[in-house]
Design a protein around this ligand. Sequence first.
Ligand SMILES: Nc1ncnc2c1ncn2[C@@H]1O[C@H](COP(=O)(O)OP(=O)(O)OP(=O)(O)O)[C@@H](O)[C@H]1O
Ligand SMILES: O=C(O)[C@@H](O)C(=O)CO
Length: 425
Amino acid sequence: MGVVLGCIADDFTGATDLAGLLARSGVKVSLRMGVPEEAPEDADVAAFEVIALKCRTVPVAEAVAETRAALDWLRRAGAERFFWKYCSTFDSTAEGNIGPVAEALMAEIGAEQTIYCPAFPENGRAIFMGNLFVGELPLAESPMKDHPLTPMRDSNLMRLIEPQVTGKVGLANRLTVARGPEALKARLDELKAQGVAHVVVDAVADEDLGIIAEACHDMKLMTGGSAVAMPLPGIYLREGSITEAAKRESAPQVGKGSIVFSGSCSAMTRAQVADYLPKAAGYKLDPLDLAANGPQAARDWLAAQDPETPKIIYATAEPEDVAKVQAELGVAEAGELVESALAQLAQDALAQGVRRFVVAGGETSGAVTKALGVTAMEIDAEIAPGVPWTWCRSGDTQIAMTLKSGNFGAVTFFTNAFEKLEQIS
Ligand SMILES: Nc1ncnc2c1ncn2[C@@H]1O[C@H](COP(=O)(O)OP(=O)(O)OP(=O)(O)O)[C@@H](O)[C@H]1O
Ligand SMILES: O=C(O)[C@@H](O)C(=O)CO
């Protein structure tokens, strides 16, 4: 059987989020970092394939080219239905990349209409009358209003999508969704007859997502956060597009040595780092020191640790400290210094025998997975909604890794992560 649903995610933590939610149904989900070099014809493909890109904030033309390449790979692997995964807080600018990529994918596969549903109720993201909420706050009043790259200053998804696309934008609201899949399908048809190609669909609870997935599972392209994709495997199993849930293979054996790398400075990650520091050996990276002296001091610290001791290396800092560093070094330069130090330290940790890696932050995850040469991940149990453990290889070495999105997880996430790994391995 080929690919039943071909998914493309705009960042690495978002890709593991999606893969984790799909895997809840017990189906086999394969996650690939970037468009694979291996031809799809030669690859051992799963029913659910997720390609992780890093295209959330790159120029529009680049994002479109990368997603087209991913689409091409998935189509050659047999996929006929696709899912475009972006952030549950709709991280984008007036130019894109959510809308332009959706429109390009629609043109390639001949889809007349698609839906937009970033809702993720378990993580407090809900859509009502086309407006996105983060917890009890409208998106534009949430901390996302100050995001350094994609500040979200409007909460209305229709208004956010409109400047990003050429086609017409419309809404299927909660009152329609609450009436069930048939009512939603009728509304989508009505909008299609009016030439509406891009439909925002309200969802405030998981029940809504079940209805939306039921109504839309046959669409050539669905777009959204991970949660609206979660019911799809169950629906495909029921209707026979996939024959059975994958048998869980026994978990690979990995050594006990563990490390947390945190480059995220989000409020949740700051609380998680503070919670974990008393429980592990900790080293704080200072970007100004990295600029002056490089990462040698951190490397020496790591080399002096017992590989089996729990460790955390973090650049996580308070907003005022980040602002100070950015003013001195520049935003990109500061980020790059931290990322390249963490990349080097990840290689050192692997060489030292560490096999259990927890990484916090999307950009940071990109840097660490790349440094370790990870090209594919097999999804296992979730630690928190949207954050699964994965099994992967660095060269011939088997490792366990989890990529945590900045905003996700409980305060005790790092402890929870290693406890969960003990349970599943
Ligand atoms: N102390 C610091 N000063 C300046 N920049 C920092 C500092 N610590 C980390 N950074 C940089 O900030 C960026 C954090 O982005 P990252 O995507 O890793 O986290 P996030 O935005 O919280 O996560 P997500 O994208 O999953 O929401 C990285 O480029 C990182 O290198
Ligand atoms: O949807 C989300 O919030 C996350 O999967 C994400 O995209 C983090 O960057």
